[in-house]
Each structure stands twice: as structure tokens, then as C-alpha cells.
Design a protein around this ligand. Structure first.
Ligand code: GLU
Length: 433
């Protein structure tokens, strides 16, 4: 595999730090465990391609603003790069690298024919109008040009991007192809609206998958979710849908934190009530009448059975891991627990269902959407849910069995399975030339 690192078309070396250190530590401990081939360790420790684009966009007031967008392609040994695009102030090259690596492990673990990529724009989307966001998205797509593609690198929604964002990307990408290639390129992105090539159920797939892994864990311990309590950090697409399905199963949401504040109610917070409230309150849970406000730093110490970080990375660290009361953590977000935080939790006997397993429902459903588009089919919701459940169950059982057999935590077990699959592909194919 050739390593090409392009920054504004210039080859550059970037120091690894922050989130990348975290993902590399996770990777290296699994690599030690399976005695990974040293050449493959070298290949997987670095990203294949890093793209940074600067592009101008006309704002509503007529002025031009310059934006910086990223796309990092970590590895494609198993298939095209796959992973989301996020719009958030924390997006930078280090975050994109780490998130791209997590995608490689996630798609491999799920048994998908994909590699890993990630990208986005460093913006706070709440500061822009809908038409500005449309122009930013279209111009970003145009700037990425052939660096994405239906069989090369397939973006999807992530933090602060959604089906609408994907529809704009698909439309821009298709509009800039030669006429005969236009409609055949719908699958350049997944997570599109169901009416424009999207998959029924893709919107809830990540949250549903988070719920499923929790349910499987409870089942494997012969326990029921009825009356179990949970807290959710992040009430976006993933947090909301996970909470929705947990409540349907009889569990009770007792605490929620979003970018604006934290609330709790030991008697339970109704998921749909909070959802409707936040929709009417510019996305914020502040002043939700049926709960009390909690200090930000006290959120993770709330009494509960299940803790679901479903927001950003590096949230559970050595600074707060000791506060966590829940015996089970289900990682809806990517990289929410850092290595030091995890050490504290494992020592205390807390189980972590790792991100690359827990939130893999989204990319699995993306794969279904991609197949649907490629084959010119339209799948029904029941079919999607049924297939998703089977795939998630298969991954969950593999990870739990491996962890038990080898005496490992679930994250290391998940990494071992994911990395071994990529190693096998490299060994079969060899390294060009
Ligand atoms: N952004 C999601 C993730 O982190 C989905 C990626 C995809 O569907 O390609 O897994």
C-alpha cells in the first residue's frame, strides 16, 4: 500500500497526537495480543491519504467566507473507504485521522467489504442558515471531487450532518459527472433521505444497534432490561434512537446531557417528551420542565445501570471514570472513552461495549443502502431491521466469545477480530509491487 499524504496537494508529514494516540494505543495492544505481522502493523499505524481542501462560499450577506474541509482515508485493504462527515468545531486533521482508523476497525469487525475514512468541516453549523449550509456542503463536495466516489470512498452522516446533507452531496456529485454516469452514482454517499435513494430505517440504525448490543449483553447475563435505568450523553440521532428503543423495552432514562446542559430525574424522563421539547427549543434540553438541572461535571456520577456516551470523543477519561456508577457502558459515540479512563473502569469491573461494535449499526445499514442502490432495489423497513439484527448479533457473539476465550476485555477482543481480518487480506494479496 502506497502512503500518500496530501495537504493542499503538497506532501506533508503530520505529528501524531491526541485522539490518534488513543486509537493507536488500542490498536497496538490488540496487535500485540494477536502477534500481528510487523509489516501490517506499520501499514495500519498510518493513514493512506489525507486531503485538506480550502474553499470559498458566498454567505447570505453577500460576503465570501473560506472553509477548511478534511477527508482522511485510513485503509482500503478490504474495500472502498467508508465513514462519515461531521460538521463540528472539534474537527481537525488529528480527529479525522483517529475517526478514520476507528472506521477501518468497525467495518472489518462487521464483516463489510469496506475500509475506513472520515472527514468533515471545522464549523459550528448552528451559526449558519440552511441555504448557507447547503452551499458549504455543495462546495465542499465539489472541492473533494474525485477523492470520493461510489466505489472508492463513500461518506455518510456523522455529528451534525444528516440525510439532507447527504442529498446535497449526492446531487452535487452526480451533477458534476458526465451525463451517462450521473444516476449510476447515487451510492457515492449513504444515509440519504428514503425518497432519494436512501434506506428505510437508516436514520435509526445506529441507535437501534446501540440498543441491540445492550439487549444482547443483558440477555447473555440472563437479565431483563425492564426497569433498568440509563443515562445518555448526547441527544442527537444516536442518543435519541437508543433511548427510544430502550424505553420501549421497559428501561428508564434518568439523565441526559447535551451541548447546552445536563438534566436528571430518578423517576424517569420520557424520551418522546424530551425529543419534542428539544425540537421546539432550538435543539436544547435546557429548562425541560420534568427534570432537574445537574452540573456538567456531575453528570457521569448519576446513579444508573447503563451509561451511554453518544456525543463526542474523549468524554470518559482518567478525570471522571472513577465517578461512573453504571456497571455497563455502551459507546454510541466514536472514541468516547480514552485509554486511561478505560483502565480505571476495567479495574473497577465495569464492562464497556466498545464503539466499533456498539455503534456499528449505522455503517451496517449504510452497506445495505449501498447494495440497494447498486442493485437498483428498494428494501422494506422490516427487511432492513431483520438483516441488521442478524449482523449485529453475529458480531456481538463473536466478540463476547473471543473475549471469554482469551480472557480479554470486549474492546481488545473486537480489535483482535477486526485486525486479523485485514491481516489475512494482506497476506493473501501481498504488497505491490
Ligand atoms: N458516521 C457513522 C459512523 O461513525 C456512519 C458511517 C457510515 O455509515 O459510513 O459509524
Amino acid at each position: 500500500m502506497i502512503t500518500v499524504k496530501k495537504v493542499n496537494n503538497k506532501i506533508q508529514k503530520q505529528p501524531l497526537k491526541g485522539m490518534v494516540d488513543n486509537v493507536l494505543e488500542q490498536f497496538n495492544s490488540a496487535a500485540d495480543q494477536i502477534n500481528l505481522h510487523p509489516s501490517i502493523r506499520k501499514i495500519l499505524s498510518i493513514t493512506n491519504t489525507e486531503i485538506i481542501v480550502n474553499f470559498p462560499v458566498k454567505m447570505d450577506n453577500g460576503e465570501v467566507e473560506i472553509f477548511q474541509g478534511y477527508r482522511v482515508q485510513h485503509n482500503n485493504a478490504l474495500g472502498p473507504y467508508k465513514g462519515g462527515l461531521r460538521y463540528h468545531p472539534t474537527v481537525d486533521i488529528d480527529a479525522a485521522r483517529a475517526l478514520a482508523m476507528w472506521m477501518t476497525w468497525k467495518t472489518s469487525l462487521a464483516g463489510l467489504p469496506y475500509g475506513g475514512g472520515k472527514g468533515g468541516i471545522q464549523i459550528d453549523p448552528s451559526k449558519y442558515s440552511k441555504s448557507e449550509l447547503e452551499r458549504i456542503t455543495r462546495r465542499f463536495t465539489f472541492a473533494l471531487a474525485d477523492n470520493i466516489g461510489s466505489e472508492h470512498d463513500i461518506p455518510a452522516p456523522d455529528v451534525n450532518t444528516n440525510a439532507q446533507t447527504m442529498a446535497w452531496i449526492a446531487d452535487t456529485y452526480m451533477s458534476t459527472r458526465p451525463p451517462a454516469e450521473r444516476t449510476a452514482n447515487q451510492h457515492v454517499v449513504t444515509g440519504k433521505p428514503a425518497g432519494s435513494g436512501g434506506l428505510e430505517g437508516r436514520d435509526r440504525a445506529t441507535g437501534y444497534g446501540v440498543f441491540l448490543t445492550i439487549k444482547f449483553w443483558y440477555e447473555s447475563h440472563n437479565k431483563s432490561l425492564k426497569n433498568k435505568t440509563f443515562i445518555v450523553q448526547g441527544f442527537g440521532n444516536v442518543g435519541y434512537w437508543a433511548a427510544h428503543f430502550l424505553e420501549q423495552e421497559g428501561a428508564k432514562m434518568v439523565g441526559v446531557q447535551d451541548a447546552y446542559g445536563s438534566i436528571q430525574n430518578p423517576k424517569g424522563i420520557k424520551v418522546e417528551d424530551l425529543f419534542n421539547y428539544t425540537k421546539a427549543n432550538k435543539g436544547s434540553l435546557i429548562d425541560f420542565p420534568e427534570a432537574h438541572q445537574v452540573e456538567k461535571d456531575d453528570f457521569f456520577s448519576l446513579e444508573c445501570d447503563i451509561c451511554i456516551p453518544a456525543a463526542l470523543g474523549n468524554q470518559i477519561t482518567e478525570n471522571n471514570a472513577y465517578l461512573i456508577k453504571a456497571p455497563l457502558i455502551a459507546e454510541g459515540a466514536n472514541g468516547p472513552t480514552n485509554v486511561e479512563g478505560e483502565k480505571v473502569l476495567l479495574q473497577r469491573g465495569v464492562t464497556i461495549i466498545p464503539d466499533i461494535l456498539c455503534n456499528s449499526g449505522g455503517v451496517i445499514a449504510s452497506y445495505f443502502e449501498w447494495l440497494q442502490n447498486r442493485n437498483g432495489e428498494l428494501w422494506q423497513m422490516e427487511e432492513v431491521i431483520d438483516k441488521l439484527e442478524k449482523k449485529m448479533k453475529h458480531s456481538f457473539v463473536r466478540v463476547s466469545d473471543y473475549a471469554k476465550k482469551e480472557g480479554l476485555d470486549m474492546r481488545t477482543a473486537a480489535y483482535c477480530i477486526a485486525i486479523a481480518r485485514i491481516e489475512k487480506a494482506y497476506i493473501q494479496r501481498g504488497i505491490f509491487p
